[in-house]
Design a protein around this ligand. Sequence first.
Ligand code: GTP
Ligand code: MG
Length: 210
Amino acid sequence: MRPIFITATNTNIGKTYATLKLIDNLSQMGFRVGVFKPIETGVEDKPVDATLLLERVQRYNPKFKNLTPFDITAYTFKLPSAPFCANSNISITKLIDKYNELSSLCDILLIEGAGGLLVPIKTDYFMIDLAKELNSKLLLVTSSRLGTINDTLLSMEALKSRGIDFEWAINLYQDINSFDSVTKPFFDTKFNKYLSLEQDIKQIIKLLIK
Ligand code: GTP
Ligand code: MG
């Protein structure tokens, strides 16, 4: 099956939160799920996202039992920054090798990006390029906070301009009390329907694996 690349309109929007939900739901549907965090920055002694993701996958997929959080990343860096700023010499081949290794341990590999789509890995190679190179189906997580209309539309433009097949879902969490008046009217008018991670996870999965 095609991998699912989980990205967001920015850092701290809910990629890990969404990926954990996907792990639970896909596993309960009978898929052998794997997880890959290609690059994690801001790592002091252990990668926080990779640890959370791996521990969740280990509940369901014995092939991930003996791995450590470092085994499900290709790179970890101490500096909490875009990957390129933490290390200007990242090898794309190394990312792809790790992808191939982890793919062989599961039916469906979930890949959590770092930050948003135009986060640089190399001077002219961004997270969005990695998602495309891995031929993934992409989930764009957007937030409910003020500013999300602009961020969501910009990310969609970038995805459409590169011909990337994507679904999107809102993490209804930040600014939740003002969402109905501040943001929802536009989304209601612009999009026939939009999905939320909290209420529509089953439907999101259906779209992602179809
Ligand atoms: P980075 O990987 O650091 O770029 O962030 P991310 O996009 O993976 O965001 P993450 O899933 O870590 O969520 C960001 C923060 O918001 C975390 O501290 C989560 O605990 C919190 N959070 C996100 N969504 C929810 C939610 O729906 N409910 C609650 N209670 N907390 C949430
Ligand atoms: Mg995360």
